[in-house]
Design a binder for this molecule. Structure first.
Ligand code: FES
Length: 85
């Protein structure tokens, strides 16, 4: 699973760094290094979203902030990879 996080100007200002840091903490916490990769991506063309644009594999572009990043990870990554959690 690849999580692309936009680091384009608009998203960067919304806190791309915080979102990436939160995802990395979650990957660490659940030992998902082998199954989840984080990739920095350039502008995804959704700059008007509130927050940072994030895409899982080739899925929909979603909007995530530093405060919602962990919940996003739980619902979209853990729920898929570790359904028992
Ligand atoms: S800067 Fe992130 S979608 Fe444009």
């Amino acid at each position: 699973m690849v999580i692309s996080v936009c680091i384009g100007t608009a998203c960067h200002l919304e806190g791309s760094y915080n979102v990436i840091a939160a995802f990395q903490q979650m990957i660490e916490k659940y030992s998902l290094h082998d199954s989840v990769k984080i990739k920095a991506a350039f502008c995804m063309g959704h700059c008007t979203h509130q927050g940072v644009c994030v895409k899982i594999d080739s899925g929909e572009v979603q909007s995530v902030t530093g405060t919602t990043a962990k919940r996003f990870f739980q619902e979209n990554v853990l729920a898929v990879l570790k359904p028992q959690n």
